[in-house]
Design a protein around this ligand. Structure first.
Ligand code: BES
Ligand code: MN
Length: 459
């Protein structure tokens, strides 16, 4: 076995540049799930992945249409129930590249500069999909292993996976597995691999405020008509108190407090305020009083304004009292908060705080609950040993502030746990201009998944 393992690593090293080329080809496809104009690119990305799966030795790779974007499912030993099954999850959709003018290279024309491959989705998470597939290829080239490897690649993660739970329910048998590898979380630094055991949930809203039935002259009407932009700012500014806490009624009622032991563990993580300031590009941090930055992001709920729109925002000046104002507001949730209850809390808050001078409405967007996974499963330990082998240090255990809706769907519907890893870094600028994947970490990621696969069958 040891020899086969070494051969697989050797194979991955020899094919490193082809693996990078596969990543290039996938990043070139602008699979922006939220943008209706990219609908055909979604199918293109799915087809590209199917083509790759087939070339690696997957059987019957299939693209399933859904009410939204298609899902790719495939396996190496169709129907074989006599061996354990690993399910590899990934999302081939990406966030919009906006604001385009801040990109130094084109978002969908992947470019290598130094150690990094730049392009939207390079790190989140096309790089991670290709890393997993490259590892599987390297292993399968050495001969069959006593494990069925299934894959599921969805195209709607970045919009909250609205159709995935129904799909998993419908395809329960097809997706049946013992364990899930999900490489959509990340590492702490190039030298510090991580296993994530907690993710926050999300409840996302669009709030619209309507004032006069058309834009008004701000001289002729300012001071006599309540300005929707002002109303919206007033209301948004009340959503946090002076201690940085969220003021929606009942928001903290179901929040599971951090245990002493967990706080101690978290405080041991080698992540400093200085690191956070540096990667964020700020001179000072902010947040809920009484919690460290790692706790604030990983284990406490928050509320963010994601976008604001109202009135005149072009060059120069225009004296106008806008007819409308809009804000995109999201909350990140922790166990045991419920996204539906948070929606009700927001509505109660707005009923209480919106003045009668305007009309307003709320649209519910992406959402899903937070989740915790069990870090003590033998399969998770197999990943820990794999990472230690490659990086020379054991991975740290952490809770992440981001969300991956599929993890709790898989727990609930299939009753299966995921190991959350990833070969992205905090400085990859995911969801931001100039996203990139650190290539040396990508290649180490491939090697760690190769070790993980062999650790799984040797355990
Ligand atoms: N890969 C991220 C989630 C993530 C980010 C995990 C950082 C760990 C560290 C994922 O693709 C993502 O961005 N998810 C969205 C989901 C949402 C739209 C429901 C998110 O968190 O905003
Ligand atoms: Mn993302």
């Amino acid at each position: 076995m040891t020899n086969i393992r070494e051969n697989a690593i050797e194979y991955a090293r020899k094919n490193a540049s082809r693996f990078e080329q596969n990543l290039f080809d996938l990043v070139k496809i602008p699979s922006v799930s939220t943008n209706p104009e990219n609908k055909s690119d979604m199918l293109k990305a799915a087809e590209r992945i199917v083509q790759q799966l087939k070339s690696i030795g997957f059987k019957e790779a299939e693209i399933f249409p859904t009410a939204g974007h298609p899902v790719v499912v495939s396996e190496t030993m169709p129907g074989n129930k006599s061996v354990p099954t690993l399910l590899v999850y990934g999302h081939y959709d990406v966030q919009p590249p906006d604001p385009l003018e801040l990109w130094k290279t084109k978002p969908f024309e992947p470019t290598i500069n130094g150690d990094r491959l730049y392009g939207r989705g390079a790190s989140d998470m096309k790089g991670q999909i290709i890393a997993c597939l490259s590892a599987v290829e390297s292993v399968l080239k050495q001969g069959d292993i006593p494990m069925n490897i299934k894959v599921i690649f969805e195209g709607e993660e970045e919009i909250g996976s609205p159709h995935l739970a129904a799909f998993i329910k419908e395809k329960k048998d097809l997706l049946a597995c013992n364990y899930i590898l999900n490489a959509d979380a990340g590492m702490v630094s190039t030298e510090m691999p991580a296993i994530t055991y907690g993710l926050r949930g999300l409840a996302y809203f669009e709030i619209r405020v309507y004032g006069p039935d058309h834009d008004l002259h701000s001289g002729g009407f300012g001071g006599a008509v309540h300005n929707p932009a002002q109303v919206l700012c007033d209301v948004l500014s009340k959503m946090h108190d002076e201690k940085g806490r969220v003021t929606l009624p009942g928001f903290y009622d179901k929040v599971l407090p951090l245990s002493k032991e967990e706080r101690l563990e978290i405080s041991r993580l080698p992540i400093s305020d200085e690191d956070y300031k540096k990667t964020a590009g700020v001179s000072e941090l902010w947040g809920e009083e009484g919690y460290s930055v790692v706790e604030r992001v990983g284990a406490r709920p928050t509320l963010e304004i994601n976008g604001l729109l109202s009135g005149f925002t072009g060059a120069g000046s225009k004296t106008v009292l806008p007819a409308q104002a809009m804000a995109k507001v999201s909350t990140r949730l922790v166990p045991d908060q419920d996204p539906e209850e948070v929606y009700a809390q927001l509505m109660e808050f707005l009923k209480e705080n919106m003045p009668s001078t305007v009309r307003w409405e709320v649209t519910k967007m992406a959402g899903g609950p937070a989740c915790l996974t069990n870090p003590n499963l033998p399969e998770t330990k197999a990943m820990g040993r794999a990472m230690e082998k490659v990086w020379g240090v054991a991975p740290v255990l952490k809770r992440e502030g981001g969300s991956i809706p599929v993890v709790s769907d898989m727990q609930e519907i299939l009753g299966v746990e995921s190991v959350l890893v990833g070969f992205g870094l905090p400085e990859d600028s995911i969801h931001s201009p100039n996203e990139s994947q650190h290539l040396p970490t990508f290649h180490k990621g491939i090697e760690s998944v190769i070790h993980f696969l062999y650790n799984m069958i040797e355990k």
